[in-house]
Design a protein around this ligand. Structure first.
Ligand SMILES: Cc1cc2nc3c(=O)[nH]c(=O)nc-3n(C[C@H](O)[C@H](O)[C@H](O)COP(=O)(O)O)c2cc1C
Ligand code: SF4
Ligand code: SF4
Length: 261
């Protein structure tokens, strides 16, 4: 099994690697922005496909990856992991429906509540201890899900009619436009920017460049929050106007203890 994932701030990468380690004792996983990702899908029959939920929908970069690589998914057995801050309804179902149309067989779905990654919105902020706990609970859920997949009785969270209705009416209908296109709303404070280039190399969309030693965006942002959360001068905002916390999974992992053997 190989992992194919998108992860803005590390939650999803963490989860997919834990899942693979539980499932087969090793974690081979590629981010979708890696040129090897499509080849890895072609070379493997069993895939775990993972992404964070944005507004109860797929991040645009994930939608585009599936859309532009439709033929490679035909005949693949795909287990889907969707990570979220609180609620998605049918987070796994969003890609399952697309992948099934490409001829994939969806073996199961797993929803994992993880720390919020929207650094410039106050809502959903938790204490460090609460986030530690959340990650621990997710680890336990991953262990059980990997076990049940091994035993041939995979969990099927986010898949099916009622999940679809929950995702649609719980949130997606109201926020549909948010993930339909890439956004040009990223704001970079030129006064604060020191031109270090961290955001340039972090961005999976190649949306930021340096001009006259200042970062500048080009209007093709998938809202992953990687640049916002990594800028050493807190110069970047996206949905909000003020930064409350720079979120990253490393802050919320307690040691390197494994909750499985
Ligand atoms: C633009 C955006 C929209 C989001 N929308 C939702 C949402 O609708 N429901 C939810 O529970 N979490 C939402 N989240 C939170 C993320 O899904 C969650 O923190 C996820 O684990 C981040 O994963 P990552 O670190 O791999 O990027 C959103 C995050 C972002 C950046
Ligand atoms: S990471 Fe921040 S300081 Fe560095 S170039 Fe980007 S915006 Fe400027
Ligand atoms: S500009 Fe920032 S938030 Fe937008 S895609 Fe690039 S790294 Fe992610």
């Amino acid at each position: 099994m190989v992992g194919i994932y998108f992860s803005g701030t590390g939650n999803t990468k963490f989860c997919v690697e834990k899942f693979l380690t539980c499932y087969e004792g090793r974690a081979e996983a590629f981010p979708i922005e890696d040129v090897q990702a499509a080849a890895a899908v072609k070379q493997n029959e069993e895939i775990v496909f993972a992404y964070p939920v944005y507004f109860s929908n797929l991040p645009k970069i994930v939608y585009d990856f599936i859309d532009s690589n439709q033929s490679i998914f035909s005949g693949k057995k795909i287990f889907i992991i969707a990570t979220m801050g609180l609620f998605s309804g049918d987070g796994a179902g969003c890609s399952a429906r697309l992948l099934a149309k490409c001829g994939a067989c969806i073996s199961g779905g797993l929803h994992l509540k993880m720390p919020d990654c929207i650094g410039d919105e106050k809502a959903l902020k938790r204490t460090k201890e609460q986030n530690h706990l959340l990650v621990k609970e997710a680890e336990n859920k991953i262990k059980k899900a990997a076990e049940s997949l091994k035993q041939g009785t995979p969990v099927r969270e986010g898949l099916g009619f009622w999940y679809h209705m929950a995702g649609l009416f719980g949130q997606r209908l109201y926020f549909y436009n948010k993930t339909k296109k890439y956004t040009d709303k990223l704001h970079i404070d030129r006064e604060k920017c020191i031109g270090c280039g961290i955001c340039v190399s972090a961005c999976p969309m190649e949306n930021i460049s340096l001009q006259s030693k200042k970062a500048r965006q080009q209007g093709k942002c998938t809202m992953c929050y990687r640049c916002v959360n990594h800028c050493p001068k807190q110069a970047i905002t996206l949905l909000g106007k003020k930064l409350y916390e720079q979120c990253s999974i490393e802050k919320y992992i307690e040691g390197d203890e494994q909750c499985w053997s």
